[in-house]
Write a protein that binds this ligand. Structure first.
Ligand SMILES: [Fe+2]
Length: 146
């Protein structure tokens, strides 16, 4: 999968690791050093977790050139069969079958988009889980107030 958003999120989390690292080394913050180090580890964990998301979900693919190939073969065959067939009912059968094949092809395309939707939905759910962890980080920081 080549969603650029993951690279961006990894970059942001890694950047937060650096932020917390820098802050935890400042003596003024020695009383909250533990939570800053905890946040550093959490961000590092998120970065690694996000890095694994692309491999955990396989993006559906669709071969558009195969569609054109199938269409051309079907069209050429149905033309030959129709012009060489003296029985009109049989011509209609041949043309009907071609339409049926096109219908099946469209069902395949529909399925592809439905699976693509499922794929993005599952990625959305994974990122939603991360968002909940960020809220937990917020709360962990708030708890340090004295
Ligand atoms: Fe966080």
């Amino acid at each position: 999968m080549d969603e650029k958003i993951f690279d961006l999120l990894i970059q942001l989390e890694d950047d937060l690791v650096l932020l917390y690292k820098k802050l935890s080394n400042i003596s003024r913050f020695s009383n909250i050093k533990d939570v800053l180090e905890y946040m550093m580890k959490q961000s590092s964990g998120h970065s690694m977790h996000i890095g694994k998301i692309p491999a955990s979900a396989k993006k559906p693919s669709f071969n558009t050139s195969a569609v054109l190939e199938l269409h051309n073969k079907l069209k050429d065959q149905v033309f030959i069969d129709t012009v060489n067939e003296s029985n009109t009912n049989k011509c209609l059968d041949g043309l009907s079958r071609a339409e049926e094949i096109i219908g099946e092809l469209y069902q395949g395309i529909a399925k592809f988009y439905q699976k693509t939707g499922d794929y993005y939905y599952s990625i959305g759910s994974m990122i939603e889980n991360l968002s909940q962890e960020e809220f937990a980080h917020r709360d962990a920081l708030q708890k340090q107030k004295r």
